[in-house]
Structure formats: structure tokens, C-alpha cells
Design a protein around this ligand. Structure first.
Ligand code: NAP
Length: 307
């Protein structure tokens, strides 16, 4: 017999945990699926300065608070990823990556997104040996050294600033002059004497035998390539939706983000999506939490009508 829940939530990031908090408070039997550590990408974020209620809070501290709140309200955590799902009558049959099959009447997909790779030689080979996608996890290994950060979004700017607490110098390599991060954050980075901006430039190669030793950076204006000695490179060049398990292409846009309405509903009855995995103009902890609250609440209302 498959285990049965009222609501299955795939993903324990801010969106999934917020949905779990709303659903569990309504006394639903909730299962939250998570492949790694609950908390999601927040766990890899150094400091959060734009989540209401906290002037500044460490990402992992906030992630743990979300997780503990959901757990204390009675949400069940299953440490396995979502492999596939199908709907039979009004029941979702959900297969997990560990082979287990569970069921629910409502399903919320809040699986987030994963980091994009630059796609240059050395990136995969030297992963974990100086190539890192998590400054909070690895900054301390590069105390007193010089590192490269790639990107011009919030992640690149915020993580570059965080890294300066440990390293002597951050080369921030970005492919154009304009940034996706807001002016206040960019100005803060520009005012930091430890950050050197290398604009209109891209990383073309990461060099080293057993660890990162140098990074080749090419100017898109002159085509000149400079080899910079560094101990690490942190690419922060965006995210791709974690939606591989969705078979029905019509549920997603061309970037594989899930399409929802203002209530986080998909076109399948009983199926919602929330947070970074959905089509959204703004990917923040605050917006993910709001999405999750809506999806959780709407799922509760749906189940009450179904009974
Ligand atoms: P992002 O906003 O998508 O920015 C990605 C950056 O990487 C862009 O500057 C982009 O350049 C550059 N890039 C993309 N592909 C590249 C390539 N192949 N080579 C070199 N550069 C490349 O990604 P993100 O910073 O990871 O943020 C993801 C989402 O999370 C965003 O919606 C962001 O707002 C949100 N976020 C929010 C916070 C916060 O509010 N505290 C913190 C982190 C992230 P172009 O600009 O030229 O395209």
C-alpha cells in the first residue's frame, strides 16, 4: 500500500516550507520532499538583507527557522527527490527518486532551480577544487587569497561582497557594463577596495592540475586574454528550473519554468507551483514565501471542497 497524504510538497526551500507551514497549520497531513538539506538555496546564501523582519540574517539561520517552523507544525519530511508523478482520477501518484511511491490529492511543486555552469574547460574538472557555486560554504578555504566571481546579478554582487571578509581580493568578471543587481548593491561593491571589476569580459578557461591556479579572462572589446592567478572561482550566472520530472510540456514555458495563475494554480486541478521553479518576474526569498503561502492555502481550500 502506498503511503497517503493530503498534500505532497516537492522541495523544501522557502516556497515549499511556506506552503508546508500554511497546510500543516490547517491540520492537513503534509509530506515535504527534499533531496538534500531543507532550506533550499537560502542555505547557500551568506547574508540576507532584504527579508522583512531582519535587518540582516545569515542565510542558513533563516533556512533553519523556516524548516523548524514547518516541522514543529507537523509536516512530514521525506528525504528523496521527486522522480515523476501522474494523476489518476483525483489522486496524484508520486514516484520518488528512491523508488518509493506515495499518494496525495494535492501536489505543490516548489523544487526551485539549480546553478548554471559557465561551460568552460576546467569548470567540471576542478569542481570542489576551487570551482565553487557557494561562497558561504567555501569562502573560509580562501582566506587571504585572491578569487574570481563571475556574473552581474544579485548573487554575484552579494557573494563578492561577502567573500571580501575572507579573501584579499575579488575580481568580479561580468560580460557587460550594466548589472541586474540593483544600484545600491552595485555601488556597495564598487566602494569595496577589495573588489576589482573586470567588465565587458568573460572567463574562457580555468587552469590548474589538482586545484584552481589561474583563470583566463577575455576582454570582449579587445579580445585580449589575461591570465589571473587565483585560488578559486565562484560562477553566479543564473539558474535553471528544476522541472525535469514534468512530462507535459504544456505545463511549462520555453525555459522549463512552470506556468501558474495568480493563485499559483497550474492547468491541472490539484497541482500548484511556487517559488523559483515557476514563471515569475522576481525571484526573492520574500516572493517565494508569498508564493508558497498562496499555494498552501489554495491547496487546503481545494481539499476542503473535495471532501
Ligand atoms: P541572474 O539575475 O539571472 O544573473 C545572472 C548574471 O550572470 C547576469 O549578470 C548575466 O549576464 C550573467 N550571465 C549569464 N550567463 C552567463 C554566461 N554564460 N557567461 C557569463 N555571464 C553570464 O542570476 P542570479 O544572480 O543567480 O539570481 C537569480 C535570481 O535570484 C534572480 O531573480 C535574482 O534577483 C534572485 N536573487 C535575489 C537575491 C536577493 O534579493 N538578495 C540574491 C540572490 C539572487 P547578463 O546580465 O549580461 O545577462
Amino acid at each position: 500500500m502506498n503511503k497517503k497524504f493530503d498534500i505532497i510538497i516537492a522541495g523544501a526551500g522557502p516556497a515549499g516550507l511556506s506552503a508546508a507551514i500554511y497546510a500543516a497549520r490547517a491540520e492537513m497531513n503534509v509530506a515535504v520532499l527534499e533531496r538534500s538539506t531543507p532550506g533550499g538555496k537560502v542555505m547557500k546564501t551568506a547574508e540576507v538583507e532584504n527579508y522583512p523582519g531582519f535587518n540582516t540574517i545569515l542565510g542558513p539561520e533563516l533556512g533553519i527557522k523556516f524548516f523548524e517552523q514547518a516541522m514543529n507544525l507537523g509536516a512530514n519530511f521525506i528525504y528523496a527527490g521527486l522522480k515523476s508523478f501522474k494523476k489518476e482520477n483525483d489522486t496524484f501518484i508520486v514516484t520518488l527518486e528512491n523508488g518509493e511511491v506515495i499518494e496525495s490529492k494535492a501536489l505543490i511543486i516548489a523544487t526551485g532551480s539549480k546553478e548554471n555552469l559557465i561551460g568552460v574547460p576546467g569548470e567540471v574538472e576542478l569542481y570542489g577544487k576551487g570551482v565553487s557555486y557557494c561562497a558561504a560554504c567555501d569562502a573560509a578555504f580562501h582566506k587571504g587569497k585572491e578569487v574570481v566571481v563571475v556574473g552581474g546579478g544579485y548573487s554575484a554582487i552579494e557573494e563578492a561582497i561577502f567573500l571580501t571578509r575572507f579573501v584579499n581580493k575579488v575580481y568580479l568578471v561580468h560580460r557587460r557594463q550594466e548589472f541586474r543587481a540593483d544600484k545600491k548593491s552595485v555601488d556597495k561593491a564598487k566602494a569595496n577596495p577589495k573588489i576589482e571589476f573586470i567588465l565587458d569580459s568573460v572567463v574562457t578557461k580555468i587552469n590548474g592540475t589538482n586545484k584552481v591556479e589561474t583563470v583566463d579572462v577575455k576582454s570582449l572589446i579587445t579580445n585580449d586574454i589575461k591570465t589571473i592567478p587565483v585560488s578559486a572561482i565562484f560562477p553566479f550566472i543564473g539558474q535553471t528550473a528544476e522541472s525535469k520530472f514534468i512530462e507535459d510540456e504544456k505545463l511549462m514555458n520555453s525555459d522549463k519554468n512552470i506556468i501558474v495563475n495568480e493563485k499559483m494554480e497550474t492547468t491541472v486541478k490539484g497541482l500548484w507551483s511556487a517559488g523559483d521553479v515557476r514563471v515569475t518576474p522576481f525571484r526573492q526569498i520574500a516572493t517565494a514565501v508569498a508564493d508558497g503561502a498562496l499555494a498552501g492555502q489554495e491547496a487546503v481550500k481545494y481539499l476542503e471542497l473535495l471532501d
